[in-house]
Design a protein around this ligand. Structure first.
Ligand SMILES: C[S@@+](CC[C@H](N)C(=O)[O-])C[C@H]1O[C@@H](n2cnc3c(N)ncnc32)[C@H](O)[C@@H]1O
Length: 204
């Protein structure tokens, strides 16, 4: 686990970008994410980098008690905030873990949702390869940001902190990484609703 990044995010738990409730601006972005993820009740979902759990709560409501959500984050502060938010939802587990260190139950996941975390993986191809191992055949992985990649990358570049080199790769590199990981790319949007990549593991 990258301790410097974990400490950086610990200090961000109460920041607006991490803690403010979703409102009207996020609604169409959330709708696109849910529609593209093809999320259904009963699904098993892995959410790396859950932060304070705003999306975890939404995902948990969609999969419902017949499903299962595992939310992980490297920051103890984020994990504590997320656990508080999903308290009482018995089908949700929140773990303090880098997703690269998470080992799946035998059943695997129907969906992996990387919301605003992909740039922060230290070794993006390795993280992708690991997440693919956690997916069921025909499972879907999404990489989602509520801002376009140019804004995300610019924000990180100017941060002057431990995240300053954390970038969403350009489209050609992302396509190559997705293919190398054994996934089939179905959607790559980078527009006013933000960044959304959807890729599927072929059926067994
Ligand atoms: C920009 S925040 C996004 C949080 C949340 N998804 C949101 O949109 O509000 C990125 C989060 O990913 C976590 N993170 C970074 N690298 C991680 C990794 N390798 N595995 C799991 N979580 C990670 C950070 O601690 C941080 O909480």
């Amino acid at each position: 686990m990258n301790r410097a990044k974990a400490e950086f995010f610990d200090a961000q738990v109460a920041a607006g970008w991490a803690a403010e409730e979703y409102g009207d601006t996020e609604r169409p972005k959330l709708e696109r994410l849910l529609q593209q993820s093809e999320l259904q009740p009963g699904h098993w979902v892995l959410e790396p980098g859950c932060g304070t759990g705003r999306l975890s709560e939404v995902l948990a409501q969609v999969v419902g008690p017949t499903g299962h959500l595992v939310a992980t984050d490297i920051s103890q502060g984020m994990v504590t905030a997320c656990r508080k938010r999903v308290a009482g939802l018995s089908w949700v587990r929140v773990e303090r873990l880098a997703v690269e260190d998470y080992h799946a139950p035998a059943i695997g996941f129907d969906r992996v949702v990387c919301h605003q975390v992909f740039p922060h993986f230290d070794d993006q191809p390795a993280a992708l390869a690991h997440m693919v191992k956690l997916l069921k055949p025909a499972g879907v992985l999404t990489v989602v940001h509520f801002m376009p990649s140019a804004v995300i990358n610019d924000t990180h570049r100017k941060a002057g902190t431990v995240v300053e080199k954390d970038m969403l790769p350009p489209p050609e590199e992302m396509r190559r990484m997705i293919k190398q990981a054994g996934l089939e790319l179905e959607t790559l949007a980078d527009d006013e609703l933000g960044y959304l990549l959807k890729a599927r593991l072929p059926s067994a």
